[in-house]
Design a protein around this ligand. Structure first.
Ligand SMILES: NC(=O)C1=CN([C@@H]2O[C@H](COP(=O)(O)OP(=O)(O)OC[C@H]3O[C@@H](n4cnc5c(N)ncnc54)[C@H](O)[C@@H]3O)[C@@H](O)[C@H]2O)C=CC1
Ligand SMILES: O=C(O)CCC(=O)C(=O)O
Length: 426
């Protein structure tokens, strides 16, 4: 990568895919970033390529896959940061992004209440067979019956993954009179009367409803297989609003067909259609008392509005100040930006000697260093360096060129606090 660009805020190009809430555009514009393109939907591979060309920052949700291959496209050369306007970041090759100097941000809280509410709704709908009975009524059939219908009060719900979503499901479920069990690989404070159980197997055995709220990790991939479903109580229910590949859906389909499970509610699938125009296929289609929703756990106006603000602000913070606080793949730095400073950002491979070489360059008497901060992860290092603006633009430009030449450098940026300009080399 050899680009050398000077950009004003209004030239920095931001492309938002997948119908991200328009409030994000307002946040960017309010901060001076006016070159924003907002696309209403996910796009196909060729359009993604075209849109990435010249984009400095992109916003995506769960449908746009920024894989290793996509991030290494020549079209993605100028990419400086990615905002996932959602919680999950498994759609981005995070390590590749980091190694290219691209921090990835997300919104870890903003849609969690929406998911928790949907799970509670699904629980009642399944236990009262609302969907099959409603569909029958739409076919002019009258199916008044109490057979196989239950109150949730007094039943047990087993929550796998007691994080932001799982713990809110816990509180809401308990408020409806359910007994709450949870299993997490990390020690978590039980809320209300929730009870921690030591193993997944134990949780599956004691729960009337099992609800999955784990992230996509190598450990959670297909963690719920036929043998786990068979361990669940006869007549119990499974909810998956986490990630599609947490459950082997063929096994789930089989356990529902043979009536070991009384129902399921599934919001996420191993293969999800790329757009609303594409057909949806799953072994669960057509099964009685199986609620299928098109990955809408976080799709509420409230969640999307809050996410739009949260992630846009994180991207603005990075573009304007180099702030990487809460980035999911990057050393986290967020330093206040004083007036009359020139801020140098130096992203490099985490190898010995880089800081020494930076200091060899800026350690001269005529350069007044006002602040310096280094943070590293296993793969990369990130230095934020504030220099007195009295040095002048030309000399600062020379320094940036020298910094960019340090072996191991991935990218440098120079931010002027007095003007809305950012210079990028790398
Ligand atoms: N359906 C939808 O639209 C949405 C789905 N999600 C999915 O829900 C997931 C969970 O979201 P949050 O609760 O906000 O995440 P979180 O990070 O707050 O909580 C996840 C919890 O799972 C635990 N965990 C990780 N691996 C585990 C394992 N193998 N066994 C048991 N526990 C394990 C973690 O320790 C953590 O406490 C997200 O990663 C995302 O994939 C999130 C938002 C919307
Ligand atoms: O709203 C979306 O597109 C994805 C929601 C989700 O699954 C997440 O936030 O992880």
């Amino acid at each position: 990568m050899t680009t050398d660009q000077k950009l004003s805020k209004s030239e920095l190009k931001i492309v938002l895919f997948e119908g991200i809430h328009p409030v994000a555009v307002e946040v960017f514009r309010g901060a001076g970033y006016t070159n924003v393109e907002r696309l209403p939907k996910a796009v196909d591979a060729q359009t993604l390529r075209d849109k990435l060309r010249d984009a400095h920052m992109v916003g995506i949700r769960s449908r746009t896959h920024l894989t290793d291959e996509v991030l290494k496209l020549p079209e993605a050369r100028d990419l400086m940061a990615v905002g996932c306007f959602c919680i999950g970041t498994n759609q981005v090759a995070l390590k590749t992004a980091a190694n290219q100097g691209v921090p990835v941000f997300n919104a870890p809280h903003s849609n969690t209440r929406s998911v928790a509410e949907l799970v509670i709704g699904h629980t009642i709908m399944m236990m009262r067979k609302v969907f099959p009975n409603s569909m029958a009524a739409h076919r002019n059939e009258w199916r008044k019956s109490a057979v196989g219908c239950f109150e949730v009060r007094g039943k047990s719900i087993g929550i796998v993954g007691y994080g932001h979503i799982g713990s809110q499901v816990s509180v809401l479920a308990e408020a409806m009179g359910m007994r709450v069990y949870y299993h997490d690989i990390v020690s978590k404070l039980p809320l209300g009367n929730a009870q921690r159980v030591d193993s997944l197997e134990e949780l599956l055995k004691v729960s009337d409803v099992v609800s999955l709220h784990v992230p996509a990790t190598p450990q959670t991939e297909y963690m719920i297989r036929a043998e786990h479903l068979a361990m669940m109580k006869k007549g119990s229910y499974l909810i998956n609003a986490s990630r599609g590949n947490v459950v082997v859906v063929e096994a789930l389909s089989e356990l529902i067909r043979n009536e070991h499970l009384a129902g399921a509610a599934v919001d996420v699938f191993p293969k999800e259609p790329a757009s609303n125009k594409d057909a949806f296929e799953s072994p669960l289609v057509g099964l009685e008392n199986v609620i299928l929703t098109p990955h809408i756990g976080g799709s509420t106006q409230e969640a999307q509005h809050n996410i739009g603000i949260e992630v846009a602000n994180k991207l603005v913070g990075f573009a304007t100040h180099g702030a990487t606080e809460s980035a999911v793949n990057f050393p986290q730095v967020n330093l206040s930006h004083s007036p009359n400073t020139i801020r140098m950002l130096h992203i490099h491979k985490n190898q010995p000697g880089v800081l020494q070489k930076i200091n060899d360059i800026v350690g001269f008497k005529h350069i007044n260093v006002l602040g310096q901060y280094l943070k590293t992860t296993e793969d990369i290092g990130y230095v934020v360096l504030d220099i007195d603006a009295a040095l002048g633009r030309e000399k600062a430009g020379d320094i940036q060129v020298q910094l960019a030449e340090i072996p191991g450098t991935i990218r440098t940026r120079k931010l002027h606090s007095d003007e809305l300009e950012t210079a990028i080399i790398g």
